[in-house]
Design a protein around this ligand. Structure first.
Ligand SMILES: *Cc1c(COP(=O)(O)O)cnc(C)c1O
Length: 356
């Protein structure tokens, strides 16, 4: 029996033996008292990497965005955000439910950006009729798409010039950074970790706060980190407590995160190459429209007559040991625990389905 090829998400990875070793040997303390050296080391490390004063380890990316939004915005404020952004669409409306902060969603362009003129038009005048527009949230990568860096600069300078705070949901910031570094190097060789970290910092510098997931492509089992100014992180710390995110000997998890930052940044290029391999392997299949991936996520749409077969496809894949998601579109995500053999098997199973 072949092993299952799990392409549902980059969250499914198991910690590597070396990462487990780092977790096993991590010095621990009670982080609610600020006394867990491994948590403190992770927070200091990522803050320094991205050029922020401080950082906060949180259990999930959702809680990280929640703490970020509620630390920038008060009750009755609003944040401008993309229609498909995670912190609008995929977090149960938490900022509105628990924080009384209203989202102002905008349509995305096909490259994932929000039009500057739409952002401008969404900023409300100071008038009792309106919520106070307080923040712009961007996401990079967004659905695996790298936002063009000049766009990130333009959108965040516009926000700044209008007095808005700027939050980046950088759940996959390091995928963005690796792709951006590859672009800068003209794709000749996979970028070094150092080059990728420099790009991550360049992106992060455009924002007042950045949230990074350790549990996605970086391959840690649990955790995200929110970065910002010392004062901002002090507010976020209070909100994390209210959200029940004050964990105790959390260093056992944070150590996995530090290990991932030390060892798993440059290898994201492998995931991107596998996504390319999958996309190329599915090119030319009748009825499939494959979106060329920028990073580690491949979206595929069924078109024409193939559309009618979409209900049969997922059970077929599953029966053949290939897991993917298909909530809106078919989505395949590459990560630490899939290799070229697995990707090639996924390609042949999908091809078989459509040739039958
Ligand atoms: C996964 C993800 C999150 C949330 O992370 P969880 O740890 O699953 O809560 C937030 N934003 C983006 C862009 C994500 O991909």
């Amino acid at each position: 029996m072949n092993p299952v090829i799990d392409l549902r998400s980059d969250t499914v990875t198991q910690p590597t033996p070396a990462m487990r070793e780092a977790m096993m040997t991590a010095p621990l303390g009670d982080d609610v008292f600020g006394g867990d050296p491994s948590v403190n080391a992770l927070q200091d490390r990522l803050a320094a990497m991205l050029g922020f004063e401080a950082a906060l380890f949180v259990p999930t990316g959702t809680q990280s965005n929640f703490c970020g939004i509620l630390s920038h915005c008060q009750r009755g404020d609003e944040y401008i955000v993309g229609q498909f952004a995670h912190c609008y669409r995929w977090e149960g409306g938490g900022a509105a439910v628990f924080g009384s902060v209203q989202p102002q969603p905008l349509e995305h362009q096909s490259n994932g950006t929000l039009l500057l003129s739409d952002i401008e038009a969404a900023i409300k005048p100071d008038d009792a009729h309106f919520a106070r527009t307080r923040m712009l949230a961007l996401e990079n990568t967004l659905g695996g798409k790298l936002l063009p860096f000049d766009y990130v600069q333009q959108a965040t300078s516009l926000a700044k010039s209008r007095g808005l705070m700027r939050h980046l949901d950088g759940a996959r910031l390091f995928n963005a950074a690796v792709a951006q570094a590859a672009q800068a190097a003209d794709q000749k060789a996979a970028p070094t970790a150092q080059a990728a970290i420099a790009e991550a910092r360049r992106i992060a510098r455009c924002f007042d706060s950045v949230s990074v997931c350790l549990s996605k492509g970086l391959g840690a089992p649990v955790g995200s980190v929110l970065c910002g100014s010392r004062e901002f992180i002090a507010r976020a710390h209070r909100i994390r407590k209210m959200a029940g995110g004050g964990m105790r000997q959390a260093g056992v998890l944070a150590a996995a995160g530090t290990y991932a930052l030390n060892h798993h940044v440059a290898r994201l290029a492998d995931d991107h190459a596998l996504a390319q391999r999958l996309a190329s392997g599915l090119q030319g299949v009748e009825g499939l429209q494959v979106e060329p991936p920028h990073t580690n996520i491949v979206f595929v749409d069924l078109v024409g007559a193939a559309k009618a077969r979409s209900a049969d496809l997922m059970p077929y894949l599953k029966a053949h040991g290939i897991l993917a998601t298909g909530l809106y579109r078919l989505r395949f995500v590459t990560h630490l625990d899939v290799d070229a053999v697995g990707v090639d098997r996924a390609i042949s199973v999908i091809r078989e389905f459509f040739s039958a």
